[in-house]
Design a protein around this ligand. Sequence first.
Ligand code: ARG
Length: 478
Amino acid sequence: GFYGKIKPKSKGTWVLEYSSPNVAKPFQIYHLRGTALGAALSRIGKFRGYNMISINHLGDWGTQYGKLSIAYKLYGSNLPKEPSIADLVNIYVKFHKEAENNPSLEDDAREAFLKLEKGDPEMTDFWKKCVDISLKEFKSIYKRLSIEFDHYWGESHYQDLLLPLIEQLKEKAIATQSEGAWIVPVNDKKGNELAPLILQKKDGATIYATRDLAAAIYRYEKFNFERMTYIVGAEQKLHFYQIFYALEKIGHPWVEKCEHVPTGLYRFKDEKMSTRKGNFVTLENVLDQAKEKVQAIMQKKDDSFDLSDPVNQKDIEAIAVGAVLYFDASSDPSKDVDFDLDRALDFEGETGPHLQYAHTRCLSILRKAKDAKEITSTTVKYNEELVSYLTHPLELELVKTLGQFPHHLDRTLKYAKASQLAHYLIDITKSFNSFYRECRVLGNEPKLTQARLMLVEATRKVLAESLELLGISLPSKM
Ligand code: ARG
């Protein structure tokens, strides 16, 4: 079995919303922050017995689809049959430039969006096409990161609930009218007035917040969750404060179980990667760049490294993605961090590749032991009796460190920070290295060798399970 694993669904339901990119917009590198964290929490939560429900709250509704449809009418004929997100972004940008000289385009766009809201078939088809194009690209990224969602419930999913909700809030006098719009006034903890939550604009359109309010209620009715976590950028703190405030006002005591886990951004010292100049960096760009660097490192280590070998290709991908994922996991998710690919790929540093290497080293010790006929299989079974042979302080230290695995998983969940687990893994490798330096594993009195091999296997297992929980694959060799 898996060490540290708790019977599935023996704990309560935890709804975890994360990633949630906007349709027809590129999946940028900063999206990785919430995406990687959410995926890690989702896996660890499952591992520790929670009934995890993961939701991708795609940004798939809003006035931008009106603009996009006009852009498509103007420039769509030049696009390939199967346009990409980048194509959609291109025509969207063109539309904005054109609209500066020709403001009536904005009116056309508004009108088009209203049509979409009313279910106009042509607009609906166009919107669906945008969603499909985007989802296809998003899903290929998720696949590369071994991420799956239980539900792709974008903002549009809650459309039918919005008007009834607004009516209900009007009746209860929770919603008030202000300058033609329907709002819920919001105060801070001290009673000072904050920006209100807007339910419905003067023109009758609903907004992002309306959909979030409806979504929260829908999810509670459906799942009766113990906890609901929104992993979303820190810039949306006020938004979630408003949502939670309104839920409380409506009389939903379960709002206590909801939390916004804010994520920070990446900063880039490399100008090429900077988004400031309007050029954005997609996650795919970064992963491909990481791959090139890994290739170069591997070739430098070994001139006969064969790039055309599919096994090597798979290893390169595992190391590149692993490096980026670990880099993210090891930094505080709520803070902005300097993104540095070279640091992420430093095989000697506190990095993904370093941990993957530690794992392969354990494996090769076990293989050597098997070749030397010390063991019959590289998977050494836990044997209570052998434990008493482990008496060296460094052995005891390693045993103790490995024993903290469940504790660190639970802390990771409690604080919603993968850095808890990420840092613990470095402790393991440090403890393991000290042990391995001082304690000879092979060629001792048989029981002691067996006991030490058991410790090597336990280390390997905790590393393998943890890396997997972080979404990091294990290369076949390094
Ligand atoms: N699509 C939004 C964005 O990219 C994030 C959605 C966050 N989730 C939510 N329930 N509001 O900014």
